[in-house]
Write a new protein. Structure first.
Length: 214
């Protein structure tokens, strides 16, 4: 069976989807949580029905952008966690990587975590928790896996790793959200304070035998 034509169609559709996400990113960078489907369609040079054809609705577009940015953030966090340095330095580097990401693109962060209803286009209310919670859960599970692989937490290792993973992500999210709004201190100072908060049992735990450590 010849699947060449089908593969080419899929490749074209994926490329077009990527182009539309690039257009959406540009609008989000300008308008933040208020970015509308109308504005994104105009940026891409298409009509809104065509945009709906690719993503379904604003929720579908949001999820696609969330995956795109979460993948990039996770890659950066893993690189910080696996850097050849002492554990405290890697903890600080990981915290700084997250904070630097939301500081560099605050409009994207606000779109993902604080999406707003676009009352001018009739797009309807946008449920923040329904869409942002899965993003945070994914970050928590990914971090839990990293902790489980790198830190020896004893017989309750799997459970503790998941608790710590979600707890650390929750801390980073809450502290980062507050810091981005109020800027009470320099980023480096916030990193040190958060690392100090974590530097209790984590500092005393042993590394997995034969593993890269954490």
């Amino acid at each position: 069976m010849d699947t060449t034509g089908q593969d080419e169609r899929l490749s074209t559709a994926e490329r077009r989807r990527g182009e539309l996400l690039e257009a959406a990113d540009r609008v989000v960078l300008r308008e933040g949580p208020g970015a509308s489907m109308n504005a994104i369609a105009a940026e891409a040079g298409i009509t809104k029905p065509i945009l709906y054809r690719h993503f379904g609705d604003k929720g579908g577009l949001y999820r696609a952008l969330a995956v795109r940015h979460t993948d990039a953030l996770l890659e950066a966090l893993r690189a910080a966690l696996d850097a050849p340095s002492e554990r405290r330095e890697r903890v600080e580097a990981t915290l700084d990587t997250y904070l630097a990401a939301i500081e560099a693109r605050p409009q994207v962060y606000r779109f993902l975590m604080h999406p707003a209803e676009d009352s001018t286009t009739g797009e309807g209310a946008f449920d923040v928790g329904q869409h942002s919670a899965p993003l945070l859960r994914r970050l928590g599970e990914e971090l839990a896996q990293v902790i489980a692989e790198r830190v020896d937490l004893g017989p309750e290792s799997e459970e503790l790793a998941r608790v710590w993973g979600h707890g650390i992500v929750g801390m980073m999210h809450a502290a980062g959200d507050w810091w981005l709004r109020e800027r009470p201190c320099e980023r480096a100072q916030l990193v040190r304070h958060l690392a100090d908060l974590l530097w209790g049992r984590l500092a005393a735990a042993g590394d997995r035998v034969g593993g890269p450590g954490f």
